[in-house]
Each structure stands twice: as structure tokens, then as C-alpha cells.
Design a protein around this ligand. Structure first.
Ligand SMILES: [Zn+2]
Ligand SMILES: [Zn+2]
Length: 392
């Protein structure tokens, strides 16, 4: 998987005990974690934060923008290093936590939701790429679409001009920048004609969208990743860890070498842009399921009372083609023509066979094997499990 190309040793800090009230967020003790393992779909969670905070604000007590930011900080941490925020006047100090007061730090919220908005826009286009039908296949596969088709295939996407950067945003390049830029005479961008600042949607060609997303990801990663080799020495068997740490770089005689180049994100923001790059490359081979901890849950606590655990609202990435648990054939979801099976989603082999012939199968339709992972992260699972331990 592509995530192997992100340094698995990349570390970031999230915060414990983050609390929010209208207009302010206070935190928390920093806790180091590894986003490659614990935040594999953070880009989609950030897109969700935009929906909850801007597009259709959450209802309910104190479910405002401060609440959404506090949730994000406890799961993933700040988008940029603390020094960045200290420079713009937000006091964030290691071990001492922080206080973000909206009235004093409008920039922080502007930047967060601008970032979330741009990521949301790209995720909407990805969703469309994955579910649209072309040449009788669901999901657009750029390697199977000719240049001519790509320039004539029109897609209706949210208007990028409506997801505008706040003046204080940190992002260097937006979909809106691409959509509005000056076009060299040699390059035909048909989609620009249909771009209007007041419309809610935009009719763009598939080719223009591919270019736009590619360039937006590239620009936002430009100065924010480093290339590095990990595990030059990959055998420390004879080397006690403490020794290794003391004499880093000195390997034992039995150590072996391995060249593995990876991208090292400089910030959590860059990590999120790498996840977008990953998903961009994987369309149309993936789907997303909701995490087992997606929804808020009432969980009994020790004193007999119930406690609400806030759902993660996160998803898990799944490979679209997986084995049937009865016949082992590789199958994927495909919509039948409306006149057969009421147009429902059926699992089919690449040859289009929807009938499962295994004798073990109580029905005659394929069924995917259960997933081994149902939680977006260990941290997410522990939030529910540690509480349910108290159940009597
Ligand atoms: Zn089957
Ligand atoms: Zn989760």
C-alpha cells in the first residue's frame, strides 16, 4: 500500500483532556503518536469536520466549531507545529497545554476550517470519481479513459470558488486558484467557461479535474515533505536497544542493510496531503466503511450511570475487490440494471457472475469476508473499550 511511502516513524502530538466551550478550546497534555498507524483516514475526518462545522452545523448542546476543533485536537493534534501558532500569537507550549480563544485567535479557526473545506472539496470529487459509471464500469479509472473521453466527460462537482481561503490561511494553493488562473493560449481548459462564483456547482471535464487535483496536491506538498531512507540497518538482533540508542549508526557485525525510501511529512497538514495523494492514486479500487466507533454511544460506567462517548465519525479504507467468504472468488459491488434485482447492489466477479455456487452458502449470492479491522485506530477502540470494562 502507498502508505508505505510515508515514513512510518513520523510522529506527531495529539492532546488529552481537551475541553471546549463556546468560543474557546483548552487543552491538554500532549501525547506522541504515529499518524501512519493511527490516522490513516485523517483526510476524510477533516472533510467531515468541515461538514459539521460549516456546511450543516451540528445540533445539540455545545456542538459548535470549538467542539469540533477540540475533537480534532484530541484525535490528531494541531495541523502545524506549535511554533507556528506561537508566531501568530496563540500560546501553545509543551506540557502546559493551550487556550484558543476565538475572539483573540480568529486566525486559528479560519485556518482550520479553510483547510478542512479544501480537503472536503477534493474528497467530494474523489467520491464522484469512485461512484460514477463510465463504459459500463463503476468508478473512473484514468488509465482506461482516453484523452478524448477525458476532455468531453463532464462532471458536476461543488463549486470550488465557494470554498475560499481565509486571508490568514496557511495553504499555498487552492482548487479555486487553479479554476480561476490565467490560461496559456496553448492550453484549452473548457471547464472555466462554466465557472460562476454564484453557482453551487461546477461542470468541469474529467481531465481538468484530474489536473486540478494533481496540481493542488503537488503545490501543497512542495515544501512540506522530505525524502529520507528508513531502516538502513534492519537487523538489531545482537544489539541491545539501549546500546543502539547510545551508539546510533554503529551496527553489529550481523546487521543487514536495506534501502527503503520514504516521504517524511514536516507537518500533520503535509501528512494529510499525502493521504489525499494516496487516495487519488487508488481510485477506483477502494471503498470506505464507517468505523465501529463512528456514532456516539451510551456506555455504562462503574457507578451505574451511563456515560456518553463521542463517536469518531471516521471511516476505514477497504479494498473494493475482496474474497467471497463462501467460494473465495474475488468479488466487488456492482449495481445491477434496474430491471433485474430492482437495481440493487450485488457482489460480482470481474466476469460479471453474481451467483455463488458454494454449497455452504445459504443464499446464492456472494458475500464478502468479514474484515479483520473494524476500528479506525487503536485509540478509537480503547475509548469505547476502556469504558465498557466498567460494565457489571
Ligand atoms: Zn461466493
Ligand atoms: Zn473510529
Amino acid at each position: 500500500m502507498y502508505r508505505k511511502r510515508i515514513n512510518p516513524e513520523f510522529k506527531w502530538e495529539r492532546y488529552q483532556n481537551v475541553t471546549s466551550k463556546t468560543g474557546s478550546v483548552t487543552g491538554g497534555f500532549p501525547q506522541i503518536y504515529k499518524p501512519t498507524f493511527e490516522a490513516a483516514t485523517a483526510h476524510r475526518r477533516l472533510a467531515k469536520a468541515y461538514e459539521e462545522g460549516v456546511l450543516s452545523p451540528l445540533s445539540g448542546e455545545n456542538r459548535n466549531q470549538s467542539f469540533i476543533v477540540s475533537q480534532w485536537l484530541s484525535h490528531y493534534g494541531l495541523l502545524y507545529p506549535e511554533t507556528h501558532f506561537n508566531n501568530i500569537g496563540i500560546k501553545i507550549q509543551k506540557d502546559e497545554g493551550f487556550e484558543i480563544d476565538v475572539s483573540k485567535n480568529v486566525k486559528f479557526f479560519d485556518d482550520f476550517f479553510t483547510h478542512a473545506g479544501v480537503v472536503w472539496w477534493i474528497v467530494q470529487v474523489f467520491n464522484l470519481f469512485r461512484r460514477i459509471e463510465h463504459n459500463k464500469e463503476i468508478g473512473l479509472n484514468p488509465s482506461k479513459i482516453t484523452h478524448l473521453d477525458a476532455t468531453s466527460l463532464k462532471l458536476n462537482v461543488p463549486n470550488p470558488l465557494r470554498v475560499r481561503p481565509a486571508p490568514s490561511s496557511n495553504l499555498t494553493f487552492m482548487p479555486a486558484d487553479w479554476a480561476e488562473r490565467k490560461i496559456p493560449a496553448t492550453e484549452a481548459v473548457q471547464s472555466q467557461i462554466s465557472l460562476s462564483s454564484s453557482a453551487t456547482t461546477w461542470d468541469a471535464t474529467y481531465l481538468d479535474l484530474l489536473r486540478l487535483i494533481g496540481e493542488t496536491i503537488q503545490e501543497n506538498l512542495a515544501d512540506n515533505v522530505q525524502f529520507t531512507f528508513v531502516n538502513w540497518v534492519n537487523n538489531f538482533v545482537d544489539y541491545p536497544r539501549s546500546n543502539y540508542e547510545k551508539h546510533q549508526g554503529i551496527a553489529s557485525d550481523n546487521a543487514t542493510y536495506k534501502a527503503q525510501g520514504v516521504f517524511q511529512p514536516k507537518t500533520l497538514s503535509a501528512f494529510i496531503w499525502l493521504l489525499l495523494a494516496e487516495e487519488f492514486e487508488e481510485i477506483p479500487n477502494i471503498d470506505f466503511d464507517t468505523c465501529a466507533g463512528y456514532f456516539d454511544k451510551e456506555i455504562a460506567s462503574g457507578d451505574g450511570k451511563t456515560k456518553q462517548v463521542i463517536g469518531c465519525k471516521n471511516v476505514l479504507k477497504r479494498s473494493r475487490v475482496r474474497a467471497c467468504k463462501y467460494c473465495n472468488k474475488l468479488v466487488f459491488k456492482k449495481k445491477e440494471k434496474p430491471n433485474s434485482n430492482n437495481g440493487r447492489l450485488l457482489l460480482t466477479t470481474t466476469q460479471g457472475i453474481t451467483k455463488c455456487t458454494s454449497k455452504e452458502n445459504p443464499s446464492n449470492l456472494h458475500e464478502h469476508r468479514n474484515h479483520q479491522r473494524n476500528w479506525c485506530s487503536l485509540y478509537c477502540r480503547s475509548r469505547f473499550n476502556s469504558k465498557s470494562k466498567n460494565l457489571k
